[in-house]
Write a protein that binds this ligand. Structure first.
Ligand SMILES: Nc1nc2c(c(=O)[nH]1)N[C@H]1C(S)=C(S)[C@@H](COP(=O)(O)O)O[C@H]1N2
Ligand SMILES: [Mo]
Length: 205
């Protein structure tokens, strides 16, 4: 009976998917836009990405040079601290591992990094959360260039942390000796932001 089959299928799906929803989150099919401040628009011929250690440049890539780096696809669920979770987002870009390899910095010079964006947004990250193909600088979403509102031409993607860590319009990755808070972290959000530990605000575990 089709109704029974459908009903069972739905139950199985919900059961499996429940395990994919971090505590306090709800699933949306939408892709909300969340930006503090205006959307940034930068032409790819004026774009570059740099990796620095303090003031010292370790590597820098024009748009063409970046496109020539090894490309990787990541499919992942994403979790915003405002409580929406979106399943199965599909991205393409350059993993942080490949970026550091291209910069000749396979061994990260420090354990911490700050991502800097056009428009002034920053977010701090631990290298342990960026390596082993867990994160990338993404240029494509669902097979097409990321739109400006979602952070194109290039954004950080760190899907296992709350999505505020996935900095849109990223331009510089700066190694630092200390774990300095970025934009939201300085305003009271958690320094790391693991959705599975519900690390929303400073003081949460
Ligand atoms: N540059 C920049 N990156 C940013 C933000 C921002 O305000 N500026 N917002 C963060 C937050 S809070 C979230 S939830 C995601 C939202 O990404 P989206 O607009 O593609 O959904 O981007 C993150 N990256
Ligand atoms: Mo967010």
């Amino acid at each position: 009976m089709p109704v029974t089959r459908g009903f069972k299928g739905k139950l199985r799906g919900d059961g499996a998917n429940r395990e994919r929803i971090p505590p306090g989150q709800f699933v949306t099919p939408d892709f909300p836009v969340l930006t503090a401040g205006p959307t940034q628009h930068i032409a790819t011929d004026r774009w570059s990405l740099s990796v620095l250690h303090g003031d010292t440049a370790l590597g820098a890539w024009s748009w063409e040079q970046f496109a020539a780096l090894p490309q990787t696809e990541i499919s992942a669920d994403i979790h915003c601290v405002t409580k929406w979770t979106k399943f199965d987002t599909r991205w393409r870009g350059v993993t942080i591992d490949d970026l550091l390899r291209a910069a000749g910095a396979e061994v990260p010079p420090t354990r911490f990094l700050m991502a800097h964006c056009d428009g002034g947004y920053t977010t701090n990250l631990r290298l342990a959360d960026l390596l082993d193909a867990k994160a990338m600088v993404a240029t494509h979403f669902d097979g097409v260039p990321i739109t400006a509102s979602h952070g194109g031409p290039a954004r950080l993607l760190v899907p296992h942390l709350y999505f505020w860590k996935s900095a849109k319009w990223v331009r510089q990755l700066v190694f630092r000796d200390d774990e300095t808070p970025g934009f939201w972290e300085a305003l009271g959000y958690h320094i790391r932001g693991d959705p599975w530990q519900e690390q929303r605000y400073e003081g949460d575990r």
